[in-house]
Design a protein around this ligand. Structure first.
Ligand code: FRU
Length: 433
């Protein structure tokens, strides 16, 4: 068995972390990512680059941005379109152990063809944090808000508090500081903030170094400050970080890194490390933030290999873990995916909770997550299993993501639920077609 994903984006060789510069530009989706081409661990970070017509099939493109020295890095950032050009914003990082000057500055690169990028002569466009005591200052995300451009930057202050700083500009080159947009004192740093509008509200998506989680805050903005009304996790699993939304499309589509900073995964033996999540659509329903798989993912279904309405133990004909399970049930559900070495993924409901257990799923450690779920009378669960990942969506409202590293395909499904309807689809391989 290998762990190379069949329908998730991954770097083929080397290391990958955060998605960067997500943009729909001139009819195509572009995705950049934090990339170390030479090693399977983090370091000497470049911006890798890929392009897609449909958000699903990706084609690798040449590396977009390079660090100038071994001890530098081109850290996370975003992309916008202006006057037909693609404009990238990134944090240029110089390891303070080997360099003098500012550790993190904000820069721009431009492209006319979406493949070759030129550094702006005015770099850095933000040379320093305006707030005293800043120890982390990175990951610029830019949006257009009326007739001004707004940039949020993730920060850490006084070695203990996470902040999001807000800047604005009229020309993308001159940036003015507006103030501290938001803070979270439970984490030392906020990374990869993303501010967007959704159904008349503002949403701030951000990652916290404490617990390696992605949160969203839903609320309003007044006088350059964000007032959250609700705050929760954007993903309740263990492996989802540094999420970012696309610039240039109507829908809000978010992609995250399907990993976390604590984990060590066996894919390094195959010469690669890092997977992206499936793209997810974020929307508001009755004032609640909902996350669902993007509609485009249905095009990945190759063929239905199981369709059942009775509980039992079923064998499916799969040589690889590359399938989607769609299941509807009423109150109780217990479903276990097993393989021939008794590794398993167990998903169940328990008095208003959804419980997912990956502790015996394979080579890597796994976890057991229990989350108060948004259950309904009739429930719908959508399970995506790929070679090294599991993403479980409940009622198009919430999602839990995990990395899994099983030795064999899970080809036995034990399911208990009444009434029940369960279908399994074999998925297409995004790399070969
Ligand atoms: C988040 C992060 C960012 C930083 C990048 C470096 O995972 O730590 O804050 O820009 O990764 O690779």
């Amino acid at each position: 068995m290998h762990f190379k994903p069949n329908y998730h984006f991954f770097p083929v060789t080397g290391w990958m972390n955060d998605p960067n510069g997500l943009i729909f530009w001139k009819g195509k989706y572009h995705m950049f990512y934090q990339y170390n081409p030479k090693e399977t661990k983090w370091g000497n970070i470049h911006w890798g680059h890929a392009v897609s017509d449909d958000l699903i099939h990706w084609r690798h493109l040449p590396v977009a941005l390079y660090p100038k020295e071994k001890t530098h890095g081109v850290f996370s950032g975003s992309a916008v379109e202006k006057d037909g050009n693609m404009v990238l914003f990134y944090t240029y990082y110089r390891d303070p152990g080997h360099n003098i000057g500012e550790k993190e500055v904000q820069c721009i690169a431009m492209s006319k063809d979406g493949i070759n990028f030129e550094e702006h002569t005015r770099n850095p466009v933000i040379a320093k944090s305006p707030e005293p005591g800043t120890h982390a200052f990175r990951d610029p995300k830019v949006r257009k808000n009326g007739d001004r451009w707004e940039m949020v930057i993730g920060a850490g202050m006084n070695e203990k508090e996470g902040k999001v700083l807000l800047f604005f500009s009229e020309d993308l080159i001159h940036w003015y500081y507006e103030g501290i947009l938001f803070e979270d004192k439970s984490t030392k740093e906020i990374e990869c903030p993303d501010l967007l509008k959704l159904g008349g509200k503002e949403v701030l998506i951000y990652s916290t170094t404490r617990n390696n989680s992605v949160f969203y805050a839903l609320g309003e903005m007044r006088d350059g400050k964000f007032f959250p009304e609700k705050r929760d996790l954007l993903d309740y699993g263990t492996d989802f970080y540094a999420a970012q939304t696309f610039f240039g499309i109507e829908k809000v589509v978010v992609v995250g890194w399907l990993q976390n900073w604590k984990a060590q995964y066996p894919t390094v033996e195959e010469g690669w490390n890092g997977v992206m999540s499936l793209p997810r659509e974020v929307h508001l329903k009755d004032g609640e933030l909902m996350v669902k798989p993007v509609e485009e993912l249905k095009s990945l279904r190759r063929r239905k290999i199981l369709e059942i309405e009775t509980p039992g133990s079923y064998k499916i004909d799969v040589k690889e873990n590359s399938y989607e399970v769609v299941c509807s049930f009423q109150e109780r559900l217990e479903v276990v995916f097993k393989n021939k070495s008794n590794e398993e993924i167990a998903i169940s409901t328990n008095e208003g909770d959804l419980v997912i257990d990956t502790t015996n799923s394979g080579i890597s450690e796994g976890d057991r997550k229990k989350v108060r779920a948004k259950f309904k009378e009739r429930n719908h669960i959508d399970i995506f299993i790929d070679s090294c990942s599991l993403e479980v969506f409940l009622n198009n409202s919430m999602v839990l993501s995990f990395r899994i590293h099983p030795r064999y395909p899970y080809n036995i499904i034990d399911v208990k639920a009444e009434p029940l309807s369960l279908e399994v689809y074999k998925m297409k391989n995004i790399w070969l077609e």
